[in-house]
Write a protein of this length. Structure first.
Length: 63
């Protein structure tokens, strides 16, 4: 089966956008943008690993 057809209904997860260099104020906010980004990045990595397990024959674009 064509890899494109396989992934159309199950697209590859996209990484979260990193916060800009001035988005963290450095005052120790309980919900710092850097903490939120770290949480989103961990979730992205988990979803990507699950996606790769479902689509083992799709080449990695970074490779």
């Amino acid at each position: 089966m064509n890899a494109t057809l396989t992934t159309d209904s199950d697209p590859r997860p996209q990484p979260p956008e990193a916060p800009g260099p001035n988005e963290c104020c450095g005052s120790g906010c309980p919900l710092c943008v850097l903490d939120l980004y770290a949480d989103e990045l961990a979730l992205y990595r988990q979803r990507l690993a699950e996606w790769k397990a479902r689509h083992p024959d799709v080449p990695d674009p970074a490779a």
